[in-house]
Design a binder for this molecule. Structure first.
Ligand code: C5P
Length: 227
């Protein structure tokens, strides 16, 4: 790999949005484009890391030279992530994972019938992959684990408090907070993030391109790794 502050480090990045099937043609999904995760993969590679990307549904191309695999559902993502995390120095969970999936997936297309009641979709909880990656971590603190928190709140103070409690609850090392909405962040090239650290480092805010946000996150990771 390239020389740089992450030379020799294996960095696992999840990107995009999971899709939870209802039947062979329909799914429940989300608005994640994968742009931020791909920007992180590029920034980590530029810093010399050996990057592995696990892509759920993404709307952008994976850059040449990045090792990647594709997954569809949260359960697929969980399996691939836990396996790859065990051999990684850093794990960045940028994927938007469905919190719930349909309890049943029908083998054939759900039909509309005039004589039947409207269908009801029952959802069940998906596992929290980030929490499981934290639980799987060795006693030496490897890998360093970075979570994302997409929040729709508009009260800055409350959003920050909420994110700090999420950082505690999930047990990851860094939490990247970003404000999202129907026309905000998802699919856009610009973003606004705040990086929170368990190490006690001051929260760091950044507004700009997803590429420059990725550089901010990678710099923070380099600082955390060097203690
Ligand atoms: O709890 P919340 O969904 O806001 O947490 C977001 C973070 O947790 C992201 O890093 C996301 O990739 C991860 N996550 C996960 N498994 C889930 C839900 C979220 O790993 N089921």
């Amino acid at each position: 790999s390239e020389p740089g502050p992450l030379a020799g480090k294996r960095v696992l990045i999840t990107a995009g949005g999971t899709r939870e099937p209802l039947d062979p043609v329909r799914f429940l999904g989300n608005r994640s484009s994968g742009k931020q995760g791909i920007a992180l993969a590029r920034a980590a590679a530029a810093a010399g890391a050996e990057v592995e990307l696990i892509a759920a549904h993404i709307e952008v191309a994976i850059p040449d030279g990045i090792k990647s695999s594709s997954v569809e559902t949260a359960l697929d993502l969980r399996e691939a992530t836990l396996e790859a995390a065990a051999r990684s120095d850093v794990v960045i969970m940028a994927a938007a994972v469905a919190d719930f999936r349909p309890a049943e997936v029908t083998d054939s297309k759900i039909k509309k019938r005039d004589d039947a009641a409207d269908p009801v979709i029952t959802l069940v909880r998906n596992p929290d992959i980030l929490v499981e990656v934290v639980q799987q971590r060795g006693t030496d603190g490897t890998p360093l684990i970075v979570g994302f928190a997409a929040e729709t709140g508009d009260d800055r103070g409350n959003v920050l408090d909420y994110a700090l409690s999420k950082l505690e609850r999930k047990g990851c090392d860094l939490l990247v907070l970003n404000r999202v909405g129907r026309h905000l962040v998802f699919g856009q090239d610009e973003t606004e993030i705040t990086v929170l650290a368990r190490s006690g480092a001051e929260p760091q805010s950044h507004r700009g391109s997803k590429d420059s946000a990725a550089a901010t996150v990678i710099e923070r990771i380099v600082a955390e790794l060097s203690g």
